[in-house]
Design a protein around this ligand. Structure first.
Ligand SMILES: *[C@@H]1O[C@H](CO)[C@@H](O)[C@H](O)[C@H]1NC(C)=O
Ligand SMILES: *[C@@H]1O[C@H](CO)[C@@H](O)[C@H](O)[C@H]1NC(C)=O
Ligand SMILES: *[C@@H]1O[C@H](CO)[C@@H](O)[C@H](O)[C@H]1NC(C)=O
Ligand SMILES: *[C@@H]1O[C@H](CO)[C@@H](O)[C@H](O)[C@H]1NC(C)=O
Ligand SMILES: *[C@@H]1O[C@H](CO)[C@@H](O)[C@H](O)[C@H]1NC(C)=O
Ligand SMILES: *[C@@H]1O[C@H](CO)[C@@H](O)[C@H](O)[C@H]1NC(C)=O
Ligand SMILES: *[C@@H]1O[C@H](CO)[C@@H](O)[C@H](O)[C@H]1NC(C)=O
Ligand SMILES: *[C@@H]1O[C@H](CO)[C@@H](O)[C@H](O)[C@H]1NC(C)=O
Ligand SMILES: *[C@@H]1O[C@H](CO)[C@@H](O)[C@H](O)[C@H]1NC(C)=O
Ligand SMILES: *[C@@H]1O[C@H](CO)[C@@H](O)[C@H](O)[C@H]1NC(C)=O
Length: 310
């Protein structure tokens, strides 16, 4: 049985086909897109994380796609970020709030690291979140009674060698008497406030391990406002290493803040939020189609298209 089409249906079908051919033509003509734009557009998988956002980079993602402080080591079972030579396991990244949650790798499932160091994160692009509380760990304390109330205070031992154990304490309430004078090493660590509250109720060694493993929050600012503008204009956020400034990589090259001109990349990627069609508005309805719903293959480059991107 043949489907009968009214003349106006034929015309509109023809229009849709022609428009689609022209759009594929525009799409195919992107061969000259800036390499850095393309490389920073590529989805960044790092260890067990998919689609790690700007400002993070490392492994397959080049350094110019993020800020220097946000280099990740992707070779383990979770991404690892380093501050001041100290490694932190990345537990969570939330792009909409510009926050991440990290836990120290040396304390991961372990209260007795070989070398003891403080949590010191000094970066002009990193701030604390309000949901973080300091915990003090006191190592190598003498086997004497230390006058601390039970609440929010715990004790744990580490074996130094087969014969010796060290006696150690921790406190979450920093208003308690300062016992660091009794012990050889004081370590400052951080946990979330809810983990600190749990520790206050039961300060067992296992709870301290769980509190440290659940990590603490950090907030990043890597020119977040400029990055938002850049993405809305169809660019990819990045960094100019020589000028040490934010850069917006556009299809036609880098810009200080945002891309200009027409963007017709509606077929090119899965992340619709990054794509903005500025003109022509009459083509906007095309954006509801995609190549699955519209079974047309990209034809050889047509020569009859009437419009070209400016
Ligand atoms: C982009 O990535 C490709 C493949 O990883 C690499 O060969 C090329 O050098 C990169 N381009 C730039 C400008 O870094
Ligand atoms: C990355 O982490 C692995 C262990 O997961 C380690 O062996 C390697 O040295 C680290 N690379 C760098 C550059 O720190
Ligand atoms: C990011 O944080 C916001 C606000 O706290 C929350 O609503 C959202 O679900 C989080 N996103 C992810 C992927 O966790
Ligand atoms: C950690 O910092 C405290 C001061 O906040 C200092 O007394 C202590 O020696 C530091 N610990 C280490 C291991 O550097
Ligand atoms: C973050 O909090 C820690 C301790 O809770 C503090 O030592 C550090 O100075 C704070 N950093 C900033 C940037 O406020
Ligand atoms: C503290 O360190 C010194 C020197 O390393 C050591 O002699 C002493 O036994 C330590 N004290 C405790 C309580 O472990
Ligand atoms: C740690 O070791 C000391 C001395 O050996 C012992 O009295 C104490 O009960 C131990 N504490 C824990 C939590 O195992
Ligand atoms: C605790 O006492 C040590 C020396 O005994 C001192 O270095 C440290 O700053 C004190 N910490 C606090 C939080 O008062
Ligand atoms: C504290 O938590 C540990 C597990 O971490 C549990 O074995 C212990 O019974 C708890 N103690 C109290 C008093 O609830
Ligand atoms: C980086 O900044 C320098 C100095 O402002 C400039 O000459 C160069 O073109 C910039 N490079 C990129 C990729 O934006």
């Amino acid at each position: 049985m043949e489907t009968h089409l009214y003349p106006f249906q034929k015309i509109s079908l023809l229009l849709v086909i022609t428009t689609t051919i022209c759009l594929f033509h525009v799409q195919n003509s992107s061969a000259a897109d800036d390499d850095r734009y393309l490389n920073c557009s590529a989805s960044f998988q790092c260890a067990n994380f998919r689609d790690v956002p700007y400002p993070f980079w490392g492994s397959s993602r080049p350094d110019y796609c993020g800020f220097p402080d946000f280099k990740l080591n992707c070779s383990g079972d979770a991404p690892v970020i380093s501050f001041e030579g100290q490694d932190y396991r990345v537990l969570d990244i939330n792009q909409s709030t510009s926050t991440l949650r990290v836990a120290r790798t040396d304390f991961w499932n372990n209260l007795c690291p070989v070398s003891l160091a403080n949590t010191t994160i000094k970066s002009s692009h990193i701030e604390n979140t309000s949901d973080a509380q300091e915990v003090l760990l006191f190592y190598d304390c003498p086997p004497i009674f230390i006058p601390l109330p039970n609440q929010a205070t715990g004790q744990f031992n580490c074996s130094v060698n087969s014969r010796t154990t060290s006696i150690n304490y921790f406190v979450t309430n920093l208003e308690l008497p300062n016992i660091s004078g009794y012990c050889n090493t004081t370590v400052t660590a951080r946990v979330s406030q809810s983990a600190a509250a749990d520790l206050g109720l039961n300060s067992s060694k296992d709870n301290l391990v769980a509190a440290l493993d659940s990590g603490f929050g950090l907030k990043w600012d890597a020119s977040n406002t400029l990055c938002g503008q850049c993405m809305v204009s169809g660019g990819q956020c990045g960094y100019n290493i020589s000028s040490a400034e934010f850069t917006c990589f556009c299809k036609d090259g880098p810009n200080p803040a945002r891309c200009e001109g027409m963007r017709l990349n509606i077929f090119s990627s899965t992340n619709a939020a990054r794509h903005v069609i500025t003109k022509p508005p009459s083509l906007l309805h095309i954006s509801s189609l995609n190549s699955d719903q519209f079974p047309l293959r990209p034809p050889p480059t047509p020569r009859r298209c009437r419009f070209t991107p400016t």
